[in-house]
Design a protein. Structure first.
Length: 168
């Protein structure tokens, strides 16, 4: 079963480059189904993407389908998988974020963990704050999404057929 992460959590990177994965995010993980560790890679924004090992295996299998793809796809695979690092939490739930990935994500001492569907994103607190200063940008993105895809209820009606009435 896929893990669904959500929420924001402010944490501090220690002097050794370690940070605790928030317990509210860790509690969503079933080690039997999701694996015991994580995989970190460079995200599309100046942040890191953290996946459970099970989700990483799923991504790997999906990308294998395109093994004989275009040169651009090979570059993407090289970047995405080449930046990846296994993260093994210690007893306190801390993981060591490699310097190379911290640099990519513009991570300083203050961090923000963001639950984002099947992954956790780690942002530098200042970068995250700057990104979120424009509240209207969020509203525009949400409006554009709903305009293109409809409301959640509309999407469910299309998927299941019929009308959703809310009655039992």
């Amino acid at each position: 079963m896929a893990v669904h992460f959500k929420g924001q959590f402010e944490l501090t990177l220690d002097e050794k480059g370690r940070v605790i994965i928030p317990s509210r995010l860790r509690s969503k993980i079933d080690p039997r189904e999701d694996g015991e560790g994580f995989v970190a890679t460079a995200g599309t924004a100046p942040c890191l993407w953290i996946f459970t090992t099970a989700e990483w295996e799923h991504i790997y299998k999906e990308m294998r389908r395109f093994e004989r793809g275009s040169p651009e796809l090979h570059e993407l695979q090289r970047d995405f998988f080449g930046q990846a690092e296994d993260l093994a939490p210690d007893r306190q739930g801390r993981v060591l974020l490699p310097e190379r990935l911290r640099s990519w994500g513009q991570l300083d001492k203050e961090l923000v963990f963001v639950g984002c569907f099947d992954r956790i994103e780690i942002w530098g607190a200042e970068v995250w704050k700057e990104r979120n200063e424009d509240r209207d940008a969020y509203r525009r993105r949400l409006d554009a999404f709903l305009e293109e895809h409809g409301s959640y209820a509309n999407r469910m009606e299309k998927y299941f057929g019929g009308e959703i009435t809310g009655e039992k």
